[in-house]
Design a protein around this ligand. Sequence first.
Ligand code: G3I
Length: 385
Amino acid sequence: MTTSPPLSRRTFLAGGSALALAGCISVPNRDPIIVGAAPLKERAARKGLIIGAEVSAPLLADPTFRNTLTRDFAMVVPGNALKWGPLERRRKVLDFHNADAIADFAAAHGMMMRGHTLLWHDMNPKWLAKHLADRRKDAARLIRRHIKAMAGRYRGRMHSWDVVNEAIEPKDGRGDGLRNSLFLKALGRDYLALAFEAAAKADPGARLVFNEYGCEWGWDVGRQRRYATLRLLEDLLDKGVPVHALGIQGHLDPGSDGSLDTRALGQFCDAAADLGLALQVTELDARDTSIGGSIESRDRLVADAYARFLDVVLARPATEAVLTWGMTDRHSWLTGHFPRPDSGIVRGLPYDADYRRKPAWYALAAALDAAPPRPGRENAAPDAS
Ligand code: G3I
């Protein structure tokens, strides 16, 4: 197990790019040899934190992907395998093979796993919306059956579940800021309580998470999103609904002015923690789509966004986990969804397409090193992999 003194932010900011290059010696046809930097999961565990990454099952067959993942990360989350669409393309025909492969890989390598996501307005089966609309009286039973099949299958194996993902959408014009999703249309806002209660019944040991994006935005819509999220969480908790944590996705956009308001984000984290909720950073990446210039300057701006965002969230003792949405730019969803004008790879993750650590990796490492220990959980050794 490699040990090295914690990276100070000054060290990182002064020489991050040099460290990034020095941190990796690539040998032809061999995994890159990582020297001089303790793995992220060790840095996180020293502070009682969990560091994880989004994965897809086919990538686990790649030795470089696999070795880099198990070296640095203590948790995995399936990017798409546990969404309703990929899982149940044909009604009542459930396909868990990808999710099971990820769960088995995690278990074999002593890694934790979190589930994403039981209810989301996107990537649902084509038959679902009409089915819910035509059979409103059946909607609650159908949703309960779905959640029981998903959360029940991995009972006792999931650290946490994103029970409801992205339920807030102020543009939909509702007074409560909720997204007018197929679930809201079928059951009204009661669908949220129903989902959390069904998840708690199916897997009593999992932390149940409400997962949202745009929590860090400086624009007025960011303020609206934070306000609606807190009101919703307050209402659910007041009714005794088992919500345990708030998931802050953290899809950063350093090329857009105003996309990160650290003061508003800090106040939001404190307000959620005051409700008794744990915090998780669930989908961290930082797209450089609208950033021109050299690779070095783009990487520096991405790393700076990581540092500014993580400094705020990790300063809160309620924060228990940070997961990046992917690990290497080679497989990031960003390049397809936010294509660069120059058609280059979007460089939003800790590793580049050749599995070299980038300044973002060092910013993540420095933020973990600078984070205060979580009370009573510091020095939790990461499982050996
Ligand atoms: O499976 C089909 C494949 O059969 C087809 O050939 C191919 C052609 O485009 O598409 C494949 O589906 C793609 C799917 O990912 C699986 O790879 C969809 O087109 C693509 O849109 C979908 O993108 C996913 C995106 O959610 C959907 O909005 C990304 O991989 C996934 O990383 C992303 O993740 C979401 C989180 O779940 C929630 N938070 C936001 C985040 C980004 O949108």
